[in-house]
Write a protein that binds this ligand. Structure first.
Ligand SMILES: Cc1ncc(COP(=O)(O)O)c(C=O)c1O
Length: 368
């Protein structure tokens, strides 16, 4: 650990964030913690086990591999795989493991029916109310839901949708999406269908559209301690980042003015400077695009990252840091370093992208 970059994940912070999210939601509404993308980079298994213990009844994943990994890790909670599955053998396997799948159109229902189903296959029918990514138009959803409800071997467990703009400043689109979702729910009710679960809200939806919590909410980014967007910065000030990224100093030197470092000579010292080389780079998930735009914390000092960010290393100007030695650890984000939000805004992107891109070769250390 001394020698490698580490993502320090504070599971107690995750607990706190979960509890804070739950404070926005009525007791009868279930939670589906989004643990896709390796638990937003925090580690799928550790996050799911901790949040299951905290009370999350459901977990949302994006790939079959993630669903299988949850079951292999012994997570017995409800799992929804958010994207439709094509391969009959995989459908059989996921059904056998009691993973719920999504029905996105009639063809997806036919595929599920054509597979060998070892037990009833739980299906969540996706209504496309405006995201335009997956699912049925509201007017068509009830028909497919009915086909699922009537088919032997299939179980209609949910109707659900996803918001495209709930984290933006403008409310009209989300209100319109909620209305379209309610139309689909009403149409299902008019056909006499019992729909056990109706769900729509991501983190921003949870905070800003309580009327759309329905039976279950799907928080992601808030659990990991970040706001869904700049518009929501401060909307829930109590959540805290659950990840801190650190890496070791491997080399320290004092250089005179006029010394340039790293590829392309993008930076040259203007005075005597202490430079510390740090073992982390873009192949660990620290973006090369941050060259010239970021700082990191070293022994409590705010140190600019100087010169080009390399594949495995970068260099900080450690002149203001006291007594720097190889082995000292630099905080790249989280803790007393910059927040992933601050860095993301430098690149016109979101903290989601930073935390989900921490590479497997970065060790995970679990605290709390
Ligand atoms: C379908 C679905 N629901 C919920 C979420 C959670 O979103 P957030 O992390 O903004 O809470 C996501 C994430 O992108 C998603 O794709």
């Amino acid at each position: 650990m001394l020698e490698s970059p580490v993502a320090h994940v504070d599971l107690a912070v995750l607990d706190d964030n979960y509890r804070i999210v739950r404070e926005h939601v009525a007791p009868g509404v279930a939670t589906m913690a989004m643990v896709k993308a390796d638990g937003y980079g925090h580690g799928l298994e550790a996050v799911a086990k901790r949040l299951a213990a905290a009370g999350s009844e459901w977990f949302g994943v994006a790939s079959p591999g993630e669903a299988l990994a949850l079951r292999a890790a012994g997570v017995r909670s409800n799992v929804l795989l958010l994207s439709p599955i094509m391969d009959p053998g995989l459908i059989t396997r996921l059904c056998d493991l009691d993973v719920a799948l999504v029905a996105t159109d009639e063809a997806s229902v036919r595929r599920y029916l054509a597979a060998d189903l070892p037990q009833s296959l739980r299906l969540h029918v996706k209504v496309d109310t405006g995201m335009g990514r997956l699912g049925l138009p509201p007017a068509a959803a009830a028909g497919v839901a009915e086909a699922v409800a009537r088919a032997p071997g299939l179980e209609l467990e949910a109707l659900w949708t996803h918001f495209r703009d709930s984290d933006g400043p403008e409310r009209g689109t989300t209100v319109w999406q909620i209305e379209r979702f309610v139309e689909a729910l009403d149409a299902a009710a008019a056909r006499g269908l019992q729909v056990p679960l109706r769900h729509a809200c991501n983190s921003a939806g949870i905070l800003a559209y309580p009327e759309a919590h329905f039976d279950l909410v799907r928080p992601g980014i808030l659990l990991y301690g970040y706001a869904p967007s700049a518009e929501f910065a401060g909307a829930e000030p109590r959540v805290r980042p659950s990840m801190r990224l650190s890496a070791p100093v491997t080399f320290v030197k004092r250089v005179p003015a006029g010394t340039s470092v790293s590829y392309g000579q993008l930076w040259t010292s203007s005075a005597d400077t202490t430079l510390a080389t740090v073992r982390i780079g873009y192949a660990d998930g620290y973006p090369r695009m941050l060259t010239g735009k970021a700082w990191a914390s070293l022994n409590g000092a705010r140190c600019p990252i100087v010169g080009r960010v390399c594949m495995d290393q970068l260099i900080v100007d450690a002149s203001t840091a006291a007594g720097v030695e190889p082995g000292d650890r630099v905080t790249l984000w989280g803790g007393d370093g910059p927040s992933a939000d601050e860095l993301a805004s430098q690149l016109g992107t979101v903290a989601y992208e930073f935390i989900t891109r921490v590479m497997p070769r970065v060790e995970r250390e679990y605290l709390g």
